[in-house]
Design a protein around this ligand. Structure first.
Ligand SMILES: [Zn+2]
Length: 357
């Protein structure tokens, strides 16, 4: 996280809150807190708004952090624009932040972007929400995959199956008037690294979404988890003008978009523990359209049949939607969790648009 000297007062206030939460941290208070650079969470909650447990809060101990002195710190950069207002795109904390954010969002087109690992992940995990945003609210929908699914075949070489799967992804997206993007990483080689982070950031600045959907931070395989981490970082960095400023990208976003995590596959993490959604949206009315989008990935039914022994490609999606729906008293649903870490939007825009069940 990036902080500078102008965040000092805010950080002091939050540090005082954290200190009140943890009596075992007598030194972490306004008297000993040294802005402007700090590592760690500062809202007393984690990235999904869950209150921190003591051992995580203790990581903030000044005794352990070895903060740099003021003399060692880089010179703060000016935060004011040419007219004296905040420089566009800098996510600074201001008293009327909510009002400024709402105003900025009103001027942005209504765009939703899903960034998932493989070409068919959106059709399994969040296409219901995407369809509803397109059909009920006329949002522009963009569906991105990190890879072209180049390992998704038992017979075809990587370049051939990748070409097929790019077409399938575009065809599926086209069914709802969405645009498909492939970021051209490779299956089982999605890494949190500068190259992929630059590509996701560039996509965000080109598409300029108000809502971003990505994988659960904990999922069944690392391509999904790395994609989640990359998208989280890019959502933050896309609103920082100096981030990749030398790479010829469109201007920074005016603010961090609303970021949501889809359910992990089968609703569980890599250790088999259930991952409960923060909220569910009803997709009963668009399930058939979602199934049609998934069926556009014809090559995958064959691949899953041979590799996983699963012959129910579309049916498995329907079954999972039914399970999430049953939990909420509707026929079919999709589950999401919102990223609620410091500086990310706190209002549930997706839930407001689609209704929470
Ligand atoms: Zn996947």
């Amino acid at each position: 996280m990036l902080y500078n000297k102008q965040h000092g007062a805010e950080l002091k206030r939050k540090a005082a809150r954290v200190a009140r939460l943890v009596p075992l941290m007598p030194r972490l208070g306004p008297e000993t807190f040294r802005p402007p650079i700090v590592w760690g969470p500062f809202d007393g909650v984690d990235d999904e708004g869950v209150p921190l447990v003591e051992d995580r809060v203790m990581d903030l101990s000044l005794d352990r952090m070895q903060l740099p002195t003021r003399r060692q710190l880089p010179q703060p950069r000016p935060q004011m624009g040419p007219q004296g207002g905040p420089r566009p795109g800098i996510p600074v904390e201001v008293p009327d932040k909510k009002m400024r954010r709402s105003k900025a969002m009103d001027s942005e087109p209504n765009v939703v972007l899903s960034v998932l690992a493989h070409p068919d992940d959106a059709e399994f995990l969040c296409a219901g929400a995407l369809i509803r945003l397109a059909q009920e609210h006329r949002w522009q929908v963009h569906i991105a995959s990190m890879t072209p699914g180049d390992c998704g075949s038992m017979e075809l070489p990587a370049d051939q199956i990748a070409a097929i799967r790019r077409q399938e992804g575009a065809r599926a997206a086209g069914l709802i008037g969405a645009v498909y993007h492939c970021l051209e990483e490779r299956d089982l080689r999605v890494f949190y690294a500068e190259g992929p982070l630059e590509r996701v950031t560039r996509l965000l600045r080109q598409v300029r979404p108000r809502i971003v959907l990505t994988h659960s931070p904990a999922d069944y395989m690392l391509d999904h988890e790395m994609t989640s981490t990359l998208t989280r970082a890019a959502a933050f960095g896309a609103a920082v003008p100096n981030f990749f400023a030398d790479r010829g990208m469109p201007p920074a976003l005016p603010h961090i978009p609303h970021l949501y995590y889809c359910d992990p596959i089968e609703g569980k993490d890599a250790l088999g523990r259930p991952v409960e959604p923060g909220f569910r949206v009803d997709i009963s009315g668009v399930l058939d359209t979602k199934a049609s989008m998934l069926a556009a990935h014809a090559s995958q039914r064959d691949w899953l049949l041979k590799h996983h022994g699963m012959d129910q490609y579309v049916q498995s999606m329907r079954d999972w939607g039914r399970q999430r729906g049953k939990e909420a008293g509707v026929a079919h649903a999709e589950g999401f969790r919102q990223h609620l870490g410091h500086s990310y939007p706190q209002d549930n825009l997706l839930g407001q648009l689609l209704g929470v069940v």
